[in-house]
Design a protein around this ligand. Structure first.
Ligand code: ZN
Ligand code: ZN
Length: 139
């Protein structure tokens, strides 16, 4: 493949170009497939037709493993959401879970805890895939 910064031919496995030292797919000056010059806003190379969107591996480095917020949610409702960047949602869920838990003498955790675990897991998974997460996005 070609370096996306300087178009030098580099190994397919190279994450950082040995010539210019730039991490691949951080900049998109050239098509990784054919080395033709492309623009940052292009999603597809007009010379060879390959998709030049940011690769999944780049997105995954931004988010943590989905199991981490899921485990945190198990111990404390809302904590998984907070580490996912949904701070207000996490705090509100925490407060709501306490109120409902108080009313139901703790029985509600059987429902709320699995829900917040699933929610934090799926949101973390989306983040790893490089998707934008809204403050109040669920699942
Ligand atoms: Zn380079
Ligand atoms: Zn190309």
């Amino acid at each position: 493949m070609h370096c996306t910064n300087c178009s030098e031919t580099i190994s397919d496995l190279a994450e950082i170009c040995p010539k210019c030292g730039v991490r691949q797919n951080k900049v998109k000056n050239y098509c990784y497939n054919c080395g033709e010059s492309v623009k940052e806003i292009q999603e597809m190379c007009t010379s060879c037709g390959v998709s030049i969107k940011k690769s999944k591996s780049v997105g995954s480095s931004e988010g943590m493993h989905p199991a981490i917020p899921a485990v945190l949610s198990f111990f404390l409702t809302g904590l998984g959401q907070i580490v996912n960047g949904q701070v207000i949602k996490g705090i509100v869920l925490f407060v709501v879970a306490i109120i409902i838990g108080f009313i139901t003498v703790g029985l509600s955790v059987l429902v709320t805890t699995p829900l917040v675990i699933i929610d934090s897991y799926l949101i973390a998974k989306k983040r790893r895939e490089g998707k934008q997460i809204e403050e109040w996005e669920f699942f």
